[in-house]
Design a protein around this ligand. Structure first.
Ligand code: UDX
Length: 434
């Protein structure tokens, strides 16, 4: 087993640190935010992620949480799991955290007495790994491998321990002692037959961006067709099922509704646009500009549907079911549902928001809305119910348990059973689906 360090205790870093400890490695997990480390030291994870708390409980003896970077001394593998948020100036990714992480490591490398590697897991534009490796010039016995992470919130533990693939980018695209050391770290995962790709830095960096921008493209494709379906009286759910049985297309990530949000897809799609623009590739880059425009339009479309159902705002109450950007998450970053809530508030509606996991952060983000824990309470006397997050609890709702003023529901995720709601006398509207 290896001693390893993980820099960054956000979604990516903390999940990786805990999963590596579960494989038997000794892990030092770092974050520059003292409050994050203070909470992790109490044994409690800092975000909602199914299975992660239990995995930490079972492996806490092998993880040390610290903000003191010198504690990485002696580790042979140093993972970079810090964020690459959208920069304040524009669409490109802000690389300051990855650069600072490498800088902060330099004085503490070489203490294991053996070779060591820095392994980048963050999502970065092409050229970054090469730039970071150049910062290590003169540090002997240390190399850098780019190893992007593909974890999905809500399924993060499974995606880390049972990934679809493992990608290693090296400076010359070849396997070497550094990839062998990383193999040792991932031995249990590789032993299950996980495909592993060894390639150059640029390809490894682009694989992650291509995966996320492809997923974004599929979602916008579905949303583009959903509006057309509404216009011509067709049904998006049947359409997607019928095209999705063709294996070349596949039905996953063709869920139409309010568009994608979260900490990755919007940011990475913006970064991809910045890369194409930077390289002067305007025509192919226009694909991603259109994907983003359709995504923005998706939640405007749902807002307009709501406004047209309500006719005017005077004293009207809208119950919004969901605040998290997707189900099984407490993350509200770029949440399309909260954007709709904000828009309706601006239009003068009385907006009541409920969510099983994200109420605390939603309340801070949208202080002028009303927040309640119980969906039934939210719907009480409402003129419209708008379902924006596909929580199982909402899918299971019995319309007979609800006491709205008007029985109007907009199912912005196409996740409710149309007939159940219609049979209870509700005016049901989905997105490209009735
Ligand atoms: C995503 C990628 O899936 C993951 O591989 C990558 O490592 C990080 O980014 P995540 O941000 O957790 O993961 O969310 P994901 O489950 O992909 O959903 C992204 C957004 O798309 C959500 O807002 C979701 O509601 C929306 N979505 C997803 C749709 O609108 N329709 C779909 O069919 C699927």
């Amino acid at each position: 087993m290896l001693k390893i360090s993980v820099l960054g205790c956000g979604y990516l870093g903390l999940t990786h640190a805990v999963c590596m400890a579960s494989l038997g490695h000794e892990v030092v997990a770092l974050d520059i935010k003292q409050e994050v480390i203070d909470q992790l030291k109490t044994g409690k994870i800092t975000f909602f992620e199914p299975g992660l708390q239990e995995l930490l409980d079972a492996n806490s003896s092998r993880i040390e949480f610290t903000s003191d970077v010198s504690r990485v001394r002696g580790a042979r593998v140093h993972f970079l799991g810090v964020g690459t948020p959208r920069s304040l100036q524009g669409k490109a990714a802000d690389l300051s955290y990855v650069r600072n992480s490498v800088l902060s490591l330099i004085d503490h490398l070489g203490f294991s007495g053996e070779t060591e590697i820095i392994v980048g897991k963050s999502t970065v534009p092409p050229g970054t790994a090469g730039e970071l490796r150049a910062m290590l010039e003169g540090v002997s016995g240390v190399d850098l491998v780019w190893n992007p992470e593909f974890l999905q919130e809500g399924n993060a533990v499974n995606d880390t321990l049972r990934p679809d693939r493992i990608v290693y980018g090296t400076h010359n695209g070849e396997a070497n002692w550094a990839t062998e050391l990383l193999d040792e770290c991932y031995q249990d995962i590789l032993d299950t037959g996980t495909p592993r790709f060894i390639t150059d830095f640029a390809t490894s960096e682009l694989i992650k961006l291509a995966a996320n921008s492809f997923l974004a493209t599929k979602i916008s494709f579905a949303n583009a067709y959903a509006q057309l379906c509404d216009t011509v009286g067709a049904d998006i759910l049947t359409l997607v099922k019928a095209i999705g049985v063709d294996e070349r297309i596949g039905e996953k990530f063709l869920g139409a509704g309010i568009g994608f949000g979260g900490g990755c897809l919007p940011k990475d799609l913006a970064a991809v646009q910045a890369i194409y623009a930077d390289k002067g590739l305007e025509v192919p880059g226009a694909l991603f500009t259109a994907v983003e425009a359709i995504n923005q339009d998706a939640h405007h479309y749902v807002s307009s549907l709501a406004v047209s159902k309500l006719e005017n705002s005077g004293g009207k109450k809208v119950a919004i079911a969901g605040a998290a950007f997707k189900a099984n998450s407490d993350d509200i970053r770029e949440s399309p549902g909260l954007r709709i809530a904000k828009h309706l508030l601006e239009q003068g509606f009385d907006v009541v928001v409920t969510d099983p996991a994200a109420l605390g952060s939603a309340r801070k983000a949208l202080p002028t809305a009303t927040f309640v824990h119980d969906i039934r309470q939210a719907v009480q006397d409402a003129d419209l119910l708008l379902v924006v997050t596909e929580w199982q609890e909402y899918k299971n709702l019995d319309p007979a348990d609800l006491a709205p003023k008007k029985k109007i529901v907009i199912d912005a995720r196409n996740c409710l059973d149309v007939n159940t709601w219609k049979n209870h006398g509700w005016d049901y509207t989905g997105v490209g689906h009735r």
